[in-house]
Ligand binder design. Sequence first.
Ligand code: CUA
Length: 286
Amino acid sequence: MIGPDLLGVTDRREKSWLIRWIVEPDKMLKEKDPIAIDLLKQFNQIPMPNLGVSETEAQNVLEHIASQSAHATKSPETNLLESAAVAASSSNPPVRGGFGGAQLAALIVFLILTAIIIFVFWLVARSTRQPVPVIDMKSAYKLRKQFFFGATVIVLGTLAATLPRTPYPDDFQTPDHLVYVTARQFNFLYSSEPITNDTDLGQVALINSLEIPVEALIEFRVTSLDVNHGFAIYGPDHSIVAQTQAMPGYTNRLRVRFLTPGTYNVLCLEYCGAAHHFMRTAFVVR
Ligand code: CUA
């Protein structure tokens, strides 16, 4: 949906062109390569990102596409559908959907707040049609004072009750492991060294399948190469564990201790472009 179908692409295009396109698409776009510009136009101006793939890896990718294309013996349409289904099922681990207790509670709170707002608007609208009442300023000030103290108690109480439960209590310890996270349209890259620009991409080794030891203190150093993204970690039970912003030109530190082993999903939580909803990755805690 965000790029051309790759079935039989090795027959359609020059091999040298394909390899260069996989290795340094950003450069080819800058050089205004005619095919690259044409593809950019066809696919909603979503540029093919530089994924930091080496030439050998690009070679392997093309061999894989060629062998898969050769196996495709059925009518092209069924194959398209099937490969789309396979791609969807393999790249997106199933996420448990449904409408549970937490969502219902949020809906009820939302409806109550909406009702209060409508009621207040109605009260105000009605009061404007009536003669201005005489206001007892003394009791009005007293009421204001009560409101102020009431609100202060609620805010401080909420802070005291929730702050110790945030996932950032280990800020004064040295983390056991550092993981560099680089976000870009539309994926996340893990590495053990920082990636701050496109030149680093080809040089810094990427971690393809990240594994994190259970109960260790992990510090994620999160940045972005293009626009703002969100780096949100969801646990094996699909509830959110921690999140921070991935911002261009800035590194956010996010410290987390994972107590439950399993597969954690990382989703982009900031609308970052047409393929924002595809921007996800995962890691394993053992
Ligand atoms: Cu990146 Cu949304």
